[in-house]
Ligand binder design. Structure first.
Ligand SMILES: NC(=O)c1ccc[n+]([C@@H]2O[C@H](COP(=O)([O-])OP(=O)(O)OC[C@H]3O[C@@H](n4cnc5c(N)ncnc54)[C@H](O)[C@@H]3O)[C@@H](O)[C@H]2O)c1
Length: 262
């Protein structure tokens, strides 16, 4: 598929990967690009750059997602591509509080469930439409130094897979975007802690947007801006114990082990 002449929505579109996606979709000739974000002011600035629409939206609130879908449908008609991209990082392991777990699970995981609840029936009714979830390589592998990020992204991945299995044959297109490090505020905030080893291979958000355009064209479920992630994922599946030992070594070498006090 292409985004040309499609109505595209990007959550977390005010900054980072989401911003790069929104701007690229506009360049590719999307009929409308909607930038949805908690940070409405920044979303408005991004949307103004290409004559798009900005909508304030907290993806951890189901009613906000319903409002987003309904506002866009009212303005432009059927949604062609919804990028459920907003997400947060969070360092820590055993000492992460229940409130923090709840917060990250709502933003990184439940947002996709709430979205699908309201969007999937509409897309199936329209007979077309695609959903892209920004997951992470952490959803296929793990995240050193961050239990909540690893777990919330695995949950998001499992849900994307389940959507593809359950509704793919009825025409729903589902994509899971799984980058490693990308040069955004999220990586910057964690670059001295759990994500320090990802900085060297980090991509510009525009490179991730290019990978998305290519992935959509090929209609491959998994979009990997860092192709080496496919090999890591294969190694994990073929020899789990060896993979675990390798990750333990990496945790020691990167100094992240020191951060994970029991
Ligand atoms: N940067 C990386 O290294 C990296 C790697 C893999 C996956 N990801 C994923 O990419 C996605 C985008 O992250 P990014 O790196 O561009 O980060 P970012 O911090 O640059 O941008 C995130 C955007 O989401 C918005 N946002 C945060 N919480 C929100 C909420 N509750 N509702 C609506 N908007 C909200 C922020 O305002 C911001 O505009 C996330 O899902 C993240 O987990 C990032």
């Amino acid at each position: 598929m292409t985004v040309k002449d499609q109505v595209c929505i990007v959550t977390g579109g005010a900054h980072g990967i989401g911003r790069a996606l929104a701007e690229r979709f506009a360049v590719e000739g999307a009929r409308a690009v909607v930038v949805a974000d908690l940070d409405l002011e920044a979303a408005q600035q991004v949307a103004a750059g290409f004559g798009g629409m900005a909508i304030g939206c907290d993806v951890s609130v189901e009613a906000d997602l319903v409002n987003l879908i309904e506002t866009v449908e009212y303005a432009y008609g059927g949604i062609g591509l919804f990028c459920s991209n907003a997400g947060i990082g969070m360092e820590g392991g055993l000492h992460v509080t229940d409130a923090q777990w709840e917060r990250i699970m709502k933003i990184n995981f439940m947002s996709h469930v709430w979205l699908a609840r309201h969007l999937v029936p509409r897309l199936l009714r329209n007979g077309e439409g695609a959903m892209l979830q920004t997951v992470s390589a952490a959803g296929l592998l793990t995240q050193l130094g961050s239990a909540p990020y690893a777990v919330s992204k695995h949950a998001a991945m499992a849900f994307a897979e389940w959507l593809a299995v359950t509704y793919g044959s009825r025409g729903l297109k589902v994509f899971a975007l799984c980058p490693q490090g990308v040069k955004t505020a999220l990586l910057e905030e964690a670059s001295h802690g759990s994500m320090n080893f990802l900085v060297d291979s980090a991509l510009d958000p525009s490179a991730v947007a290019s990978a998305v355009i290519e992935g959509l064209a090929k209609e491959n479920f998994l979009i990997l801006p860092h192709p080496e992630v496919a090999e890591y994922f294969r190694r994990k599946a073929t020899d789990y114990d060896r993979w675990l030992r390798g990750m333990q070594r990496l945790q020691t070498e990167t100094g992240i082990e020191q951060l994970m006090k029991p």
